[in-house]
Design a protein around this ligand. Structure first.
Ligand code: PEP
Length: 250
């Protein structure tokens, strides 16, 4: 049985006060269900404050990024150990905004995944094609390439500690969702790559989340698909009501 996970990526939204209010509203409506994990990934500066707010609730904390080095002269960056110290259990890595806006390459993402695993953080490793690649019929090839490159040198026990998020870039923040069938096909393609690298049993054990304009209206249909194990949610995670409804998918 693969883990079902709903993770909220707050991106660069929410001041400390706003983040505390959103966490409070989530707590007020949240009932822990061990069969589905809930994770919120707020900006790094509010992680420590949310740790105490969310303690004992079952809602887990994740970061949106980290540096691959242990420590040192990397002004403005945070390390895996720092994230662990603020109560993080998860970290989003390789998000398409990091790739496109901050020059993150597959090689950098691979280093970050390894550093996160060493610190016992669960990497939520994001992959997905841009619109031109999909239109050119290259969605599978591009996404498979990102999966292979990001997981270079990562062994069987470590992949079991990873979560993959398929996020077609054309569906992020656009209101345009991949159809459940499109998403399921891509998840199956990712699982085939995992099968080639790690074998069937391992490939069948890795959770693959879908991300890209997931909301309270489309979550049920997406998660009903056999290869979709949860969601990475951007915009709809910024309102307690919609995020709670997504967590409570049917
Ligand atoms: C995301 O940024 O990971 C994301 C999926 O955003 P949205 O849900 O807003 O498309």
């Amino acid at each position: 049985m693969r883990k079902r996970i709903i993770a909220g990526n707050w991106k660069m939204n929410m001041t400390l006060l706003q983040a505390e209010a959103l966490a409070g509203a989530l707590l007020a409506g949240y009932t822990h269900n061990s069969a589905r994990e809930a994770v919120v990934c707020p900006p790094a500066v509010v992680l420590a404050a949310l740790r105490s707010r969310l303690a004992g609730s079952g809602i887990q904390l994740g970061a949106q990024n980290m540096h691959e080095a242990e420590s040192g002269a990397y002004t403005g960056e945070v390390s895996a150990a720092m994230l662990v110290g603020t109560g993080c259990t998860h970290v989003i890595l390789g998000h398409s905004e990091r790739r496109a806006l901050f020059g993150e390459t597959d090689a950098i993402i691979n280093k970050k995944i390894k550093a996160a695993l060493l610190a016992r953080l669960v990497p939520i490793f994001c992959v997905g094609e841009v619109l031109a690649e999909r239109k050119a019929g290259r969605a599978e090839e591009v996404t498979a390439g990102q999966v292979r490159a990001g997981l270079q040198g990562i062994g069987t026990s470590d992949i079991l500690a990873c979560v993959i998020a398929y996020e077609p870039v054309w569906a992020i923040g656009t209101g345009e969702t991949a159809t459940p069938a499109q998403a399921d096909d891509m998840h199956a393609a990712i699982r085939r790559v995992l099968n080639q690298i790690y074998g069937e049993v391992v490939a069948d054990s890795v959770s693959i989340l879908y991300g890209g304009s997931v909301n309270d209206k489309n979550i049920d249909e997406l998660i009903a698909r056999p290869n979709i194990d949860g969601a990475l949610v951007g915009g709809a995670s910024l309102k307690a009501e919609s995020f709670l409804r997504i967590i409570n998918y049917r």
